[in-house]
Every structure is written in C-alpha cells, then in structure tokens.
Design a protein around this ligand. Structure first.
Ligand code: 0PR
Length: 382
C-alpha cells in the first residue's frame, strides 16, 4: 500500500483507464449478462453501504429482499414458497443441493454416497458443487434435441439418488429441458427435482406469454422442489444477483447447515443489500409488460441474426429455443480468436468443434447484428 494516498482525481483516472480496457457491451456477443438497467445501478449506488448479513441493522433492506423473493415466487407460480437472494447461479444451485440433502436426512433417505442425476448439458457450476459436497454426479446422455431424456433419468435412479437437476435454458445451447416429463418419471420415486433456470428464468415466462412454444419449468409443475433464477442475467440487474426458490419453507429449512443460524439462509454471511435493492428497482420499474417487451425484442433480434446468417450460407446446430444462437462455422476456434483480435467477443462450444455461440441479449441490437455478421464472414474467410 502507498505510504500516502493519491488525490481522488488520480484514483478516478486510474480506474477509468482500467475500465476503458474492458470490451464495450456493443461488442460482447457471448454473455448472458448485459449492461444493467440504469434504475438498478442507481438503486445499487443508494444501497452501497448495506449488508444483508446483519438484518438487525438493515431492516428496510431486508424487507426489500423479502419483497423481491415474493415477486420471484409469484413469477414462478408459487407465492407461498420460500427463498433467498444469493450471489448468483452457483450459490443458488449449491443451496438447492444442500436443501435436497437436508430433506433426505430428515426423511431418513440420505445415502452415505449420494448421487445427483444430471444431463450432459448441465452447467459446470455443478462440478464445483459436487466436488465441494462429496456428491457423485451421474451424467446421463441428452436426446437428439440435446435435452435431458426422461427415460435415461429414470434408468439412472438408484437408492443413492439425492436429486435430479433439469436445466431450463442451458447457457451453452439455450435448450430447455422438458421439466414436466422429467417430473412425471420422478413422481413415484419422490426424488427432489431442482430446476436450474439461471439462464431461462427471466426469458421463458415472458416468451410463453408471447405465445412461443416453450414448456412449463416452474412450480406449476408438480414435483419441482427448487429453482435457480438469476436477476443478474436476463433480469437486467447488476452483479451479484441470483436467487434460489423453494416450493415450501420446509424444503428451504431442511438442511442442518442452517440450524443455529436462522438469520442466514445463504452461504455468504456478509452480502450486498445493494443487489436486492437493484433487483427490486428493475422489477418494479419494468413490471411484467416491460419484461415481455424486452423479451419480444430479444427474440426479434435473434430472428434477424439467424436470417442474416442463413442469407450468408451458415447453418445452425440447433433451432434456438432461447435467444442463444449456435451457428456452424468451420474452424470456429480460429474464427473466434480472430474476431477477438478485432474487438468482438463470441464463444465456441466444447460439444461441437465447428460452432460459434452468440447470445442475443439487450445490448445486441439490430445495428450490432448488422455490424457483426460481416465481421464474422470476414473472419471466416481470412
Ligand atoms: N446455471 C446456469 C444454467 C448458468 O447459465 C449459469 C451461468 C450458472 C448456473 C452459474 O451462474 P453464476 O455464474 O451466476 O454463478 N452461466 C453463464 C455462462 O456460463 C455465466 C457467464 C455469465 C459467463 C456472463 C460469461 C459471462 O460473460 O455462460
């Protein structure tokens, strides 16, 4: 540390210079996150001093968090459920698996070597969670549509099965698992079903309202016990803002992990109230209508992108269910690297060697697409 501090102007300049090195949103086509809504940024700034780890002090902030949880539960079809705001999808998924473990313990079904059944498209956050908790993942193949196949799930169930994870919108491919079919095969076995809707949670409800043929994924499906949904992705809130929601209070409190610390229902202790306040601001300001409008635009822009790609002779790996486009590009890794040197960020797929993945979120406007497609073609031809 410096023996004497710098003037604030110098510190500002240094920070501004560092931030200027970041890629501007208008060149970011790989990210599920987007520029936070200005109302979220303003609210987060106002609540920068708050800490939801101490609710004796931050009573009003806690009240806002409870309101946000209620709004999210209502969105997901279970106003009487329970839940917490957390740092993101990873923590939410961790808490869901912990709660499943607590439930198994409480009901005398906890194996000494618990297994969780997942599809091969499950998010990599679960690798960390399984390693941390000593849980064995049982990976089952996905079907031709790259979805978790209910028959494979049923075959994979054993006396050690703690939970099954379905994904409502994989960030890799934008594919939505058929949660209701999976719930139906689990029903006789009473196995905990967790839905990771970190990516799709703020898209699918509004896309369904627009009449898109996406399946139900929320608590309206019997058997869904917990859901991850991330306001810091398509919810337009600033990082870190995730949420884990439970069908009922009992499910949430099931884990012995929380006993003795009733004020803490999250893994983090000290945690930002600014996140809760920011999410509240966006939800209240946009309302359902606002999210539906944003979702409509995202799908229209996705369509515009796929049309432009088709005109240029590119095929898709899979028809997009969400606003994520996976396009066949030979030498995708080289093309992505070349685009990177030219200022554009896309990602490639681990599953398909010849594919570039493009996320069409709020900052990926028609104008951005009009600039990007020629850049992709150039990089592909160079
Ligand atoms: N589950 C799913 C389905 C996800 O898509 C993600 C994040 C997580 C869990 C984990 O969430 P947190 O990262 O909030 O803990 N998926 C994004 C992805 O893999 C993460 C991301 C976000 C990566 C923005 C890059 C980026 O710029 O694409």
């Amino acid at each position: 540390m410096r023996p004497t501090g710098l003037p604030v102007t110098a510190v500002r300049e240094e920070i501004a210079a560092a931030l200027a090195e970041d890629v501007p949103w208008s060149r970011v086509l790989n990210s599920i996150c987007t520029e936070p809504h200005p109302v979220a940024v303003e609210a987060a700034r106002a609540a920068a001093h708050t800490n939801l780890g101490d609710v004796r002090i931050f009573r009003g902030t806690k009240r806002v968090e409870r309101k946000v949880v209620s709004l999210l539960l209502e969105l997901l079809g279970r106003p009487q459920g329970a839940g917490s705001l957390v740092s993101g999808g990873t923590e939410a998924n961790l808490l869901a698996v912990l709660a499943a473990r607590g439930d198994a313990l409480r009901t005398g079904r906890l194996s000494d070597r618990p297994e969780v059944v997942v599809g091969s498209t499950v998010h990599f956050s679960f690798d960390k969670i399984f390693a941390a908790l000593g849980v064995t993942p049982v990976r089952v193949p996905v079907d031709d549509g790259l979805r978790l196949a209910p028959e494979s799930v049923e075959k994979a169930l054993t006396e050690h099965t703690l939970a099954v994870v379905a994904t409502a919108g994989s960030s890799e491919l934008g594919v939505v698992d058929r949660v209701d079919d999976i719930a139906a095969v689990l029903e006789p076995h009473g196995v905990w079903l967790h839905v990771d809707a970190a990516t799709g949670g703020f898209v699918i409800p509004f896309a369904r309202e627009l009449g898109l043929p996406l399946p139900r994924f929320d608590f309206s499906v019997d058997g869904v016990r917990s859901i991850t949904i991330d306001p810091h992705k398509y919810g337009l809130a600033n990082v870190p803002a995730g949420a884990v929601l439970f069908r009922d209070q009992e499910a949430r409190q099931a884990d012995s992990f929380f006993h003795g610390t009733p004020a803490h229902t999250t893994f983090l202790g000290t945690r930002p109230g600014s996140a809760a306040v920011a999410v509240y601001a966006v939800l209240e300001h946009l309302g359902r209508e606002g999210f539906v409008a944003i979702t409509r635009t995202n799908y229209e822009n996705t369509r515009h992108l796929t049309d432009r790609l088709a005109e240029a002779g590119y095929g898709l790996i899979i028809r997009p269910e969400l606003n994520i486009v996976v396009v066949r590009v030979p030498n995708a890794v080289e093309v992505s690297d070349l685009l990177d040197t030219r200022g554009w960020i896309v990602s490639t797929s681990k599953r398909f060697e010849d594919a570039v993945r493009i996320v069409v979120t709020r900052h990926v406007t028609r104008d951005v697409i009009e600039e990007f497609v020629p850049a992709l073609i150039r990089a592909d031809h160079d």
